[in-house]
Design a protein around this ligand. Structure first.
Ligand code: FA5
Length: 345
């Protein structure tokens, strides 16, 4: 057995050294180390030896295996180097078509924000952005919600400190816009908002878009016309809406706007007879609206005797979910980062 090992060592070393290309080297690898290679067969023959001889001969065979493997690698590097020096590298076909990289696309929320911005820009609204970390004054107090007023509870706010919050709504941008001192105002503030909420129609982080229009002689008719225009544009004329009287401290009168639900087609009941788990009654709330309260105009240094205005604040994800054909019955899906969901859009 030892003679055989010696013979293979000498023979393989000389053959490998004389190899001129990687194809020949591969043939030698198969000849010695392949499944039926000479070294592999030696290993199989080990079983025929006595238990005493086996460890010593086994070690010799394993050393030989490593030696051959290492010489093949070394010779392969030498061949590559030589062919590179001789200018005979691998042939590249420059006319072959390239590998197509997978193409991404915008997140559905981003696409909705772009569409909303465009729809309002057509009627003269400019997009603004205001801080996500906000002071109590802009988020509540300046909006006619004094400290400890119970209305604040509805905003289920994250506090950094008693005076600093994660903004719970885009209405905090209203006073900041008024403070610029430029009139008339036609702004759309689209920003992230945060609340301690999570269920089929709420996420802890969501986007709102807040419209604010202040000028002379602005009335509810202007507000209703603007909502009507947006709903027709965004939902391609396929949704009905209603204004429901409501109470906000910063608008008077105030409304909530509901539209017919896309999941149950406004029926409140699914085809299988079950209650719609999203809207439960055929109408889904999109957001609030109303005529800007005189106290808010005063806080923004605008004279309520000369100017009036309306504001509205709606959820971006809610309007996105109601787009015809979207079929999203749980808002939390939008932020699960599940590619199987996102790639559908
Ligand atoms: C407000 O936030 C008022 N600032 C809206 C407003 C603006 C009224 C201007 C009057 C004038 P509300 O809390 O109802 O209102 O929220 C408005 C909309 O934001 C909701 O109808 C919903 O579409 C969306 N929204 C609120 N909370 C969440 C949430 N946790 N997840 C997803 N969307 C939400």
């Amino acid at each position: 057995m030892q003679d055989k090992i010696k013979k293979i060592r000498i023979q393989s070393a000389s053959e490998i050294n004389l190899a001129e290309n990687s194809k020949q080297l591969e043939n030698f690898r198969i000849k010695y180390l392949g499944r039926r290679g000479e070294v592999t067969l030696l290993l199989k023959d080990l079983a025929k030896l006595s238990p005493k001889q086996r460890p010593q001969i086994g070690k010799l065979i394993n050393d030989l295996k490593k030696e051959i493997d290492s010489s093949i690698k070394t010779r392969n590097e030498e061949i590559k180097l030589k062919s590179a020096e001789d200018g005979e590298g691998d042939w590249i076909d420059l006319t072959m078509p390239g590998v197509k990289l997978p193409e991404g696309h915008l997140h559905p929320t981003t696409a909705a924000i772009q569409e909303i911005t465009e729809i309002f820009s057509k009627i003269g609204y400019t997009r603004e952005r205001y801080p996500e970390v906000e002071t109590d004054w802009y988020a509540f107090e300046g909006l006619n919600m004094p400290k400890d007023h119970p209305a604040r509870d509805e905003w289920e706010t994250f506090f950094f400190s008693p005076k600093i919050v994660l903004t719970p709504h885009t209405s905090s941008g209203q006073l900041r816009e008024m403070e610029k001192g430029k009139l008339p105002i036609r702004m759309i503030n689209i920003s992230k908002c945060y609340r301690r909420q999570s269920d089929v129609s709420h996420t802890p982080m969501f986007y709102q878009f807040e419209g604010l229009h202040i000028d002379k002689n602005i009335s509810i008719a202007n507000l209703k016309g603007t909502i009507d225009y947006f709903i027709k544009e965004f939902f391609s004329g396929k949704r009905e809406f209603r204004l429901r009287p409501f109470h906000f401290r910063f608008t008077e009168p105030s409304f909530e706007i509901d539209i017919t639900c896309d999941i149950c087609q406004g029926k409140g009941v699914l085809e299988n007879g079950q209650k719609c788990r999203l809207c439960k009654e055929g109408w889904l709330e999109l957001g609030g609206a109303g005529m800007v309260h005189p106290n808010v105009l005063k806080a923004g240094k605008i004279d309520p005797k000369k100017y009036s205005g309306f504001a509205f604040g709606w959820g971006v994800e809610r309007v996105l979910m109601m787009k015809p054909g979207m079929n999203i019955d749980d808002i939390r899906m939008i932020y699960k980062n599940d590619l199987r969901f996102l790639e559908q859009f």
